[in-house]
Design a protein around this ligand. Structure first.
Ligand SMILES: Cc1cc2nc3c(=O)[nH]c(=O)nc-3n(C[C@H](O)[C@H](O)[C@H](O)COP(=O)(O)OP(=O)(O)OC[C@H]3O[C@@H](n4cnc5c(N)ncnc54)[C@H](O)[C@@H]3O)c2cc1C
Ligand SMILES: *[C@@H]1O[C@H](CO)[C@@H](O)[C@H](O)[C@H]1NC(C)=O
Length: 385
């Protein structure tokens, strides 16, 4: 049984950010990660052509900026290199291949009892921690919706987190389901390399250029009202793209920044997908109603055959599977119960970082707030050990 002051679960950007903030405050911690590397989502579960959607100044972790020669929009490799430098700079040594299987609060010892599985030795490791930080992410597991007949589909079915590049799909007909950033970019990756590609667009979506989003973020930072910023960038986007409703792309009533703030849903940053849709290179289809062998039926009555389906249908948090007594912090979906900005603290020294659907800048805020809160409690406790 290892006694630690703070246990951080997950060594993605969130866990690493808390670790860095705690070490700046001279607070000892232990950080565990189920995979064999840090930022495993970025290294193992993202597509090759991924670039950060936001300008680098909105994607920094606490206490360390990007090198000045870094381009405004950085790619996956550059982000991973930044994470590696971050881990080195703050002397973070995550305990890798260590998957937390259960955590519960012990009222007698006032500590969190944690059981973890060491995937290398196969041994069970027990920790007892005064503070527990959930940093396992909103993207812990891919969601694949239930569709009648999907199990009998003879072709390949993958989630976007397993998609790497068009290479594996030459000569195939691919259906991409979902019109968020991943779905739209994967459709572009496939179609721009000659793969027959269709995309299912079911719900309204804001299509934007990255320049417009960058402009909007700057205006919001200058404290202009969000509704006004939304009005400006939607107007500019409509000038840039024209009416897209005839292609099946409909704008939500609420503007993109307000929508992000209220629901966490991001605008789609167009990487060229819309032009391919306009040219008819990418076909847009309505919702899938059912699947019969390799033939897929759509809600508007259409019927097409495909070799592969890529589900770009989002992710979910899995913290509830291992966290007991976390009801004060997380709801049944493993997401914060309380609204931003009061989402990060539960009872008995329990915290979450990176679950506010606010990307890397939200992670940075959460990490600083949580570390400062732990510091103030530790200071008032006197000596813990
Ligand atoms: C494709 C994609 C693109 C994105 N692009 C951007 C962007 O451009 N800008 C932006 O700001 N945000 C972006 N995001 C959102 C967000 O910033 C990233 O998802 C970020 O990696 C989240 O960091 P995290 O540490 O909270 O979660 P993760 O990166 O998911 O890290 C959580 C870690 O916890 C580990 N873990 C999970 N369960 C356990 C367990 N039981 N025990 C031990 N370890 C566990 C996981 O293995 C993982 O390494 C993107 C997300 C995705 C999916
Ligand atoms: C859990 O909270 C999130 C926001 O943090 C919300 O989107 C989701 O609908 C909630 N789920 C449940 C089951 O209440």
């Amino acid at each position: 049984m290892e006694k630690v002051l703070v246990l951080i679960v997950g060594a993605g950007p969130s866990g690493l950010a808390v670790a860095a903030c705690l070490s700046q405050l001279s607070i000892p911690y232990c950080i565990v990660e189920r995979e064999d590397c840090s930022a495993s989502l970025w290294r193992k579960r993202t597509y090759d052509r991924l670039k950060l959607h936001l300008a680098k100044e909105f994607c920094e972790l606490p206490h360390m900026s990007y090198p000045s020669d870094t381009p405004t929009y950085i790619n996956k490799e550059q982000f991973v290199r930044y994470v590696d430098a971050y881990v080195d700079h703050f002397n973070i040594f995550p305990k890798y291949s260590t998957s937390v299987e259960s955590c519960k609060y012990d009222e007698v010892s006032n500590c969190w009892d944690v059981m973890a599985h060491d995937k290398v030795t196969g041994l069970v490791i027990e920790y007892t921690a005064r503070f527990l930080v959930v940093a396992t992410g909103e993207n812990s597991e891919g969601i694949i919706p239930e569709i009648p007949g999907l199990h009998d589909f003879p072709g390949e079915v993958i989630h976007s987190s397993g998609y790497k590049s068009w290479n594996n799909y030459a000569g195939k007909e691919v259906l991409v389901i979902g019109c968020g950033n991943s779905g739209m970019e994967i459709a572009y990756d496939l179609a721009s390399h000659g793969v027959e590609t269709s995309v299912v667009i079911r719900s309204p979506v804001h299509v934007m250029t990255k320049g417009l989003i960058n402009l909007g973020m700057k205006l919001v930072n200058w404290r202009l009202p969000v509704k006004f910023v939304d009005f400006i960038i939607v107007t500019l986007a409509n000038i840039r793209y024209g009416d897209l409703s005839k292609y099946g792309i409909i704008r939500p009533n609420m503007g993109p920044f307000l929508l992000k703030a209220k629901t966490g849903r991001s605008a789609v940053i167009d990487v060229g997908t819309v032009d391919l849709i306009k040219k008819g290179v990418i076909k847009v289809l309505s919702s899938v109603s059912c699947i019969r062998e390799d033939s897929i039926e759509f809600e508007d009555g259409k019927n097409c055959c495909f070799d592969s389906i890529v589900f770009a249908t989002g992710y979910k948090s899995t913290a509830n599977r291992w966290l007991k007594n976390g009801e004060g912090l997380l709801n049944e979906s493993g997401m914060p119960k309380r609204e931003f900005p009061n989402h990060w603290k539960g009872e008995n020294g329990l915290y979450c970082v990176g679950l506010a659907m606010k990307g890397l800048s939200g992670i940075s805020c959460d990490a600083k707030t949580v570390a400062a809160d732990i510091k103030s409690i530790v200071d008032s406790m006197g000596s813990f050990y």
